[in-house]
Design a protein around this ligand. Structure first.
Ligand code: ADP
Length: 467
């Protein structure tokens, strides 16, 4: 795990950087807007006052220091830091600073002489210095100009406190963002690491291990899915293990018999007829071995095989073939076979599969029958299904074994089944084949009275058929 970088931490970092940039831009924007708003306000107020003064002065009959000074003192709200009134050459007529200089040629005054209303403002060291100038105009002639300067610490500190507050809020927000981003990233990574750790444990072969994640998010869902997967893996691993051990046991038994028989022949002095008997037994065991391996092979084949091209066929001809094939053995065992294949129906199936199903069921009906017993093979219809029914009047199956007979290597009476060449694989093969052909199989049995196996497939009726 050490080789991998922490992606969540990387996402959190990217997130923090993006929010920092956004907050910084917002901060600058807020400060600028607030300052601009203050400036605009100031500009309007100061220009208005300059114009008011210029208006009053323009009405004077004679413009000289005493008339201007009178006029200024008459006007209310002229308490600015500095007020200068000049004539059209820039010569000072009135100056609240009384610096002694005769000309005031500030850039604002020069521009105002050209007929403009001028305003400028600078902000530094917590104070705001604003300057405004307007021309004094009478009958379209510029007589001079009014210049005002205001040094405002109150407004300056207001702007400064606003900017500090915005900055403070920004920093707090950023801190919260960083805190949450890393907390979330850490929780997410921890949970992810938990899953990865579990994966590692399961990879080592401990299928019983479970991922335990709290919460109800996607990771919990992922953990649950992962647990389901390992559960299925565990089940299939157990099945595989059981199958391998059962199969090797099945193969070992006849091999052990063969070894015992050959040892007996080699170690004892026997007459020819006894040797022949022993060799016959060896042959029987070899046959059984052969049958078991071919069933195992066919099981392995159908397990890994997808259904091949099925065809729509009538069931009767195939079932008839099976019955014909096994009639000799039935006769030998004293079993009477009856057939009723009149209710034949077309089904979608692989013919070889149908043959194998019918063969295994009829063969079992003979094998597990009693001398003088009956075996009936019927084709029936029920709703939209075609049924193949194989009933015998044999030994029957005990109730507790009914649920297991389709399991691999299961045999009710091991010695009898083995004696009749059974491997416990036939019904398991039948069920797998039935299911892969979209069919169903069921069994009914009464101990000592007989057994009925019913296989059903959906009828594949392309045309309306008449009985
Ligand atoms: P086997 O190869 O041993 O016959 P199967 O899978 O075909 O294996 O059958 C499993 C077990 O079910 C048999 O061993 C037998 O005990 C029981 N069984 C199957 N068919 C019948 C039947 N028609 N009547 C009684 N018992 C049966």
């Amino acid at each position: 795990m050490g080789r991998y970088t922490n992606s969540q931490l990387r996402y959190a970092l990217v997130y923090v950087v993006i929010t920092s940039i956004a907050l910084l831009i917002l901060n600058i924007f807020c400060s600028n807007i607030s300052q601009e708003l203050f400036n605009k306000n100031k500009e309007v107020a100061m220009i208005e006052r300059c114009q008011l003064a210029a208006d009053e002065i323009s009405k004077l009959e004679v413009i000289n220091p005493s008339t201007v000074s009178d006029a200024v003192s008459r006007m209310e709200s002229m308490n600015v830091t500095r007020l200068i009134v000049t004539d059209h050459t820039g010569l000072i007529i009135h100056d609240t600073y009384q610096t002694g200089s005769r000309y005031a040629l500030f850039p604002e005054i020069v521009q105002a002489m050209a007929g403009n209303d001028v305003f400028s403002c600078h902000y530094h060291d917590g104070a705001m210095q604003s300057q405004a100038a307007t021309p004094i105009v009478s009958y379209k002639t510029t007589l001079g100009c009014v210049y005002m300067m205001e040094y405002d610490t109150e407004q300056g500190s207001l702007i400064q406190s606003l900017q500090t507050n915005v900055l403070r809020i920004t920093l707090i927000l950023e801190f919260v963002v960083i805190l949450f981003s890393f907390a979330f990233a850490n929780t997410f990574s921890r949970r992810l690491r938990q899953i990865m750790h579990s994966m590692h444990i399961i990879q080592q072969g401990d299928y019983s291990h479970k991922v335990k994640l709290g919460g109800r998010d996607e990771l919990t869902f992922l953990g649950d899915e992962f647990n389901d997967l390992t559960e299925r893996l565990q089940t299939s691993e157990q099945k595989r293990h059981r199958f391998v051990s059962d199969a090797s046991h099945e193969l070992k038994t006849p091999l052990a018999s063969i070894k015992l028989l050959t040892d007996s022949i080699l170690q004892n002095d026997m007459d020819m007829s006894t040797v022949r008997e022993f060799v016959e037994d060896i042959g029987n065991e070899a046959d059984r071995l052969n049958r078991t391996t071919s069933k195992l092979l066919s099981l392995a084949r159908i397990d890994g095989q997808q259904i091949q091209e099925s065809e729509i066929i009538n069931m009767a001809p195939t079932v008839e073939k099976v019955v014909h094939m096994l009639s000799g053995i039935a006769k030998k065992n004293g079993i009477t076979m009856e057939c009723d294949l009149t209710q034949d129906s077309p089904v979608l199936i692989l013919e070889d599969d149908l043959y194998q199903i019918a063969f295994n069921l009829v063969e079992n009906g003979i094998k597990y029958n009693v001398p003088g017993g009956n075996l009936t093979v019927r084709l029936l219809r029920q709703d939209d299904n075609a049924l193949l029914q194989v009933s015998d009047t044999g030994m029957g199956i005990p109730e507790e074994a009914l649920g297991h007979i389709f399991e691999r290597f299961f045999r009710v009476d091991k010695s009898r089944s083995r004696a009749s060449g059974g491997s416990g694989l036939g019904l398991s093969i039948v069920r797998t084949i039935v299911q892969r052909n979209r069919g169903d199989i069921s069994v009914e049995s009464q101990l000592g009275k007989g057994t009925t196996f019913t296989v059903s497939f959906p009828i594949f009726d392309t045309e309306v058929d008449e009985e």
